[in-house]
Design a protein around this ligand. Sequence first.
Ligand code: RFL
Ligand code: PHB
Length: 396
Amino acid sequence: MSSTQRTQVAIIGAGPSGLLLGQLLYKAGVDAIIVEQRSAEYVLGRIRAGVLEQVTVDLLDQAGVSARLHREGLPHDGIELCFGAKRHRIDLHKLTGGKRVTVYGQTEVTHDLMDARKAEGLPIVYEAAKVSVHDFDTPKPRVRYEKDGATHEIECDFIAGCDGYHGVTRASVPAGALKTYERVYPFGWLGVLSRTPPVSDELIYSNHERGFALCSMRSHSLSRYYVQCSLDDHAERWSDEAFWGELRRRLDPAAAESLITGPSIEKSIAPLRSFVAEPMRFGHLFLAGDAAHIVPPTGAKGLNLAAADVGFLSRAFTEFYKDRSNAGIDHYSERCLRRIWKAERFSWWMTSLLHKFPDTGEFGQRIQRAELDYLVNSTAAMTSLAENYVGLPLEV
Ligand code: RFL
Ligand code: PHB
């Protein structure tokens, strides 16, 4: 058995990029179908980002999915950098003339977007197998997938590749039409989620001779912590006790003493990578979010970049249908990439500043220490960090 459906935009992937794009298009009166290879539970089970820029919050407002975010999200006016057994506050709010970030988990953003889609009765095809994209170099692209033993086809005007780093859309672009840039870092992050109060009201980014550590949170009673680990490590090798011990060793004495520990709810290792694929458009196929670019999580930029991409993309499609203009579509890739490369630079810089690199030796550590010391004593340097951390303006 097989079926053919027709829509304006076929969205591949129901992560934050795909779901937000679907919602923004719905608000603008543009028709879309979302096709996702996993189940909704699987998508929600991935513990990822925690920090939202104002640009992202504005887009969630525009999408009409921000009521809970405004109730439960935690506004943060600063972050702390920890090195040499001391913490140093970076006053984001003061240094940026009143900007801040919001701590609200990617899981919650995804939940809110799924709920909104369900409430409007809009379709998401979950557990779609063998998803493939066709004829996107023509005005009549098609998406094919299998579900429950049947083959289905979607005819559309555009395909949005929101299927993450390992997705099918970027991989379907003909070789040679795409230039990629990549840096793989020689370490990963071991993350733990625990139902314990956060060690501090603000995030702590720690540079320690044993390696990087980050204290983050999801709420006043849910904490998210990370320690730098080696690439060949496995989360199962870490008992909760070993994790807490390692985290404690990488913090200043006051934080180490006040850290409240408990059983981990989730424990996983993520590799760190910088990656950009250019351009982000091929005919009628558009890439957005992790499908087009990856940043190491140190700058908290991945989800925010994904949101900015789909903000531009929804505007471009809306202009196409409502104003009969190709301008947004034609400028999509260039417009996104200007900002993406700045976030790539910032994420690479934060990563270089805060991690222990196996190959740079003691010289590298002393240079890092000098840079950190300079940073926390220079308003100019702290301002640069702050304006990037809260997020650059959309048009840079
Ligand atoms: P996703 O979230 O990977 O979603 C892609 C979806 O596409 C589906 N898919 C397919 N569907 C159909 N057919 C196929 N062939 C498919 N192949 C894949 C997948 O199942 C999935 O559901 O990409 P998206 O939507 O672009 O979102 C990107 C963000 O998830 C990512 O950038 C952030 O999580 C990065 N990130 C952070 N970003 C921030 O802005 N702030 C942070 O604080 C932050 N912390 C983090 C992070 C990422 C982390 N990890 C684990 C990489 C912390 C960590 C530890
Ligand atoms: C998180 O809370 O998961 C988080 C926060 C800040 C980062 C990365 C991850 O830079």
